[in-house]
Write a protein that binds this ligand. Structure first.
Ligand code: COA
Ligand code: ZN
Length: 299
């Protein structure tokens, strides 16, 4: 049975869109519930400017608590710069995702950097923290809200200096949910052909109802680790119109039905998604199992 590793990113990609502060205790409950549901890999927060994303102001405290309590869990955080990477490392994380957008306009909107500045910041992180593992989150891999469609022929050369700088994983992100399965296949094949030893992940938003087919296309092209969020909570505060990610419990359901091993307890996860919905009423959720269950509860 082929194992597919689910990489839960809701506590970062989902929570960052919620304007009201989610209490630290609630964040802990959701994250610990995810671990108890069988999630082995999780992006738990981001070390970013609290002016840009106030929700993440508790990153150090939350990370310290989780790293102490779950030393064997594969936990990481998103960072936009050396300061964030240093914060994550000091809080006990061994892995971060460093985000850069293939569309330079989105990079400027999100991280306030040109491509050149993003690369030079990554090199600074490598130099200052050589033992920190870096997953490169390539935002807007398939399309940029400001520049339009992106192609494999844009991504492949763009990645070269990052591969040479020693990033351990490349995460192809469909930040605004515009990819289609043919494009996902083409991009993965092209990246693999050029960088055969690089581990690949995908992070697909469900904005146009293609989260599942695009993630499946990646899996069928050999990607073993895929990102999603509990309940399909998500978006990007700096990408107009971006909506939620593919819902983890829906993805786990499909993969389990197809005979893949995800290690996820789907019932527990749906219960947790319902709890999250209750705690974060202003959140936008795209999960289908969640919708069915809520309807059943109402009837
Ligand atoms: N952690 C905490 N604070 C940070 C920080 C970090 N990693 N990086 C910068 N800051 C603080 C600075 O200290 C400064 O604070 P001050 O105004 O009180 O002096 C402020 O943020 C601005 O810093 P500056 O270096 O001028 O950066 P900037 O204004 O160009 O902002 C980012 C750039 C990337 C730091 C900021 O826009 C950010 O954190 N964005 C988050 C992006 C994000 O998470 N997007 C969604 C995920 S894809
Ligand atoms: Zn995202």
């Amino acid at each position: 049975m082929r194992k597919i590793e689910i990489y839960e990113v809701g506590p970062r990609d989902g929570f960052q869109n919620i304007p009201e502060y989610i209490a630290l205790e609630t964040k802990k409950k959701i994250i610990e519930g995810l671990l108890a549901s069988g999630v082995a890999h999780m992006q738990i927060t981001s070390f970013v400017s609290p002016k840009a994303i106030p929700q993440m102001k508790d990153a150090t405290e939350l990370t310290g608590y989780l790293v102490d309590k779950y030393p064997d869990a594969d936990l990481m955080a998103l960072v936009p710069n050396l300061r964030g990477a240093q914060g994550a490392w000091d809080a006990g994380l061994k892995t971060v995702s460093y985000v850069v957008s293939l569309g330079e306009s989105h990079n400027k909107a999100n991280i306030r950097r040109t491509h050149e500045e993003s690369l030079s910041e990554l090199l600074k992180i490598r130099e200052a923290l050589p033992d920190l593992d870096i997953c490169l989150d390539l935002a807007t891999t398939f399309g940029c809200p400001f520049e339009g469609k992106k192609y494999a022929s844009d991504a492949v050369p763009f990645l070269k200096p990052y591969v040479e700088a020693g990033v351990s994983v490349i995460n192809l992100c469909d930040t605004i949910g515009v990819a289609n399965p043919a494009q996902v296949r083409e991009t993965i094949d092209a990246v693999k052909a050029e960088y055969p030893d690089m581990e690949l992940e995908v992070h697909i938003h469900d904005t146009r109802n293609m989260g599942m087919v695009n993630t499946l296309a990646a899996i069928e092209r050999g990607v073993n680790k895929v990102q999603s969020t509990l309940g399909g909570l998500g978006g990007c505060p700096f990408a107009p119109g971006a909506s939620g990610n593919l819902a983890t419990e829906d993805l786990a359901f499909m993969l389990t039905e197809m005979g893949y091993d995800t290690g996820i307890n789907i019932e527990k996860m749906v219960e947790l998604a319902k709890y999250q919905l209750g705690e974060i009423p202003s959140g936008k959720f795209s999960g289908h199992l969640l919708r069915i269950q809520n309807k059943n509860t109402e009837e």
